[in-house]
Design a protein around this ligand. Structure first.
Ligand code: FMN
Length: 159
């Protein structure tokens, strides 16, 4: 295989930027993610790629649910904060407050643009990232605005 072409093409895939959160209370966890896509209309499914050796994977697998928090174009700092996930305390990740989402109780970020609440249906555990499939069971738009996408930033994740 042409490794350079593979890397270039995998990086051509357009991606959004999200903070994916899971758990509850002081054991809630969140991390910045870009590998997220819709995977079915009926039922509404999304698929996320989660680093197999991360705390994020262990927590999502243990809780059976996750929240996809959409971040606004002007809120890049939120994603930067969750590159090194802050500890959860008193319904906050550092300065970022969260509250329990209605269906799963997962941590929904107050400063997000919007969020989707998902229940894990399947985990494909094959590579260095697991593909976690989630059924969308809740959705909320907090404020108007455009979502931040990977192409708005100098960051790379993929290849
Ligand atoms: C731009 C960018 C995008 C990322 N996207 C993902 C992703 O889609 N999936 C993932 O598992 N990690 C992704 N990461 C890495 C996580 O943010 C990082 O591993 C995080 O610290 C989770 O590790 P932890 O749960 O062990 O603390 C990304 C990092 C960057 C810089």
């Amino acid at each position: 295989m042409n490794e350079d072409a593979k890397k270039t093409l995998l990086r051509f895939i357009p991606h959004g930027l999200y903070v994916i959160t899971t758990g509850a209370g002081d054991s809630a966890h969140g991390f910045t993610a870009t590998w997220m896509t819709q995977a079915s209309f009926k039922p509404p499914l999304v698929a996320i790629g989660v680093r197999r050796d991360s705390h994020a994977f262990t927590t999502i697998a243990a809780n059976g649910s996750f929240i996809v928090n959409f971040v606004g174009k002007n809120d890049r700092a939120i994603c930067e904060k969750f590159f090194q996930p802050p500890k959860s305390e008193n319904q906050h990740f550092g300065n970022y407050a969260f509250s329990p989402a209605p269906v799963t109780g997962g941590p929904a970020l107050t400063d997000a643009l919007a969020w989707l609440e998902c229940k894990v249906t399947d985990i494909v555990d094959r590579g260095d990232h697991a593909v976690v499939v989630g059924e969308v069971v809740g959705a909320n738009i907090i404020k108007a605005g455009d979502p931040l996408v990977l192409a708005d930033t100098p960051w790379k994740y993929g290849g």
